[in-house]
Design a protein around this ligand. Sequence first.
Ligand SMILES: [Zn+2]
Length: 340
Amino acid sequence: MLTREFVEAMPKVELHVHLEGATQPATLLKLAKKNGISLPANDLEGVKNWFKFENFDQFVQVYIACIECFRSGEDIELLAEEFAREQARQNILYTEATYTAETIFRRCGVPGDEQIEALLAGFAKVPEVKVQLILDIVRDMDVPNGEWTSALCQKWNAKGVCAIGLSGFEGRNPVARHSAAIRDAKKAGLKVSTHAGETQGPDSIREVLADADPDRIGHGVRCVEDAHLVAELRTSQIHLEVNPSSNICLGGYPGLAEHPLPRMMDEGLNVSINSDDPPFFDTTLSDEYWRCAQEYEFSTDTVFSLAQNAARNAFLPDADKKALLQEMVSRFNTLTSGLD
Ligand SMILES: [Zn+2]
């Protein structure tokens, strides 16, 4: 029988997690103190309460306040190392972390290259997990700031950065204003992952498909509101990075019972399970798998096939992907060999 311990020990891959949003509350408090920044909370209990959201706007306000705590390469290296340690603790063998370098440059003054060097130095301290970066454009950024992000992606392409992302408020700013920056990154060999269909409906997904040519879509859950779009996504098999607790915490669905993940799977869509901003939503990747397994009565094989599907849709060269999948199967077989 599937247990929480098994899910934690199972080899996993995560494709949708924001580095800044994965900052542990204790780290946040430490950095705020070190950098003389006052937060609305000054102990762990207070941070937990502060991380209670009613909507996406409120979430973004808290998110920005947290980002202000990163003031130097040293702070960013600590963030990266702690992130990688937590991923490794959960037996995540490979992860792609989204990171908004431009926001930290603009708000905290750390140059882009220094940020990437610090992140890679932090990841390198935890060889148990391989981490690649997706540097994202926030939709409401000005066009030159999106181009700044694209240039940074291109400079670090295949040297720790695997993709350009698009995040932020859906529906307030047209995706098309960043089309050129995204296209330039794609031409230079980077992959593209765009958030859509999280807070807005099917039109938002159609918009990124038309204006950003994504290789994967972050969330995409609201596709289920349009049968034609579901059929299109089934045909294209574009990967949808689903984040159940995030959708529930930000008010998209009352609970897992109403969440469209099982329906997306029944429809034959290409999906994975991810944690998005885990401490903000009081979750981990293991929790996401475990909560879904309980709610939807997933078997051990279903849970592992979701993890394998994340690996299949990773932005890795084919040979690396094959090796990752082999490693996952080998570890899974060792884990299950003692079970009936
Ligand atoms: Zn996200």
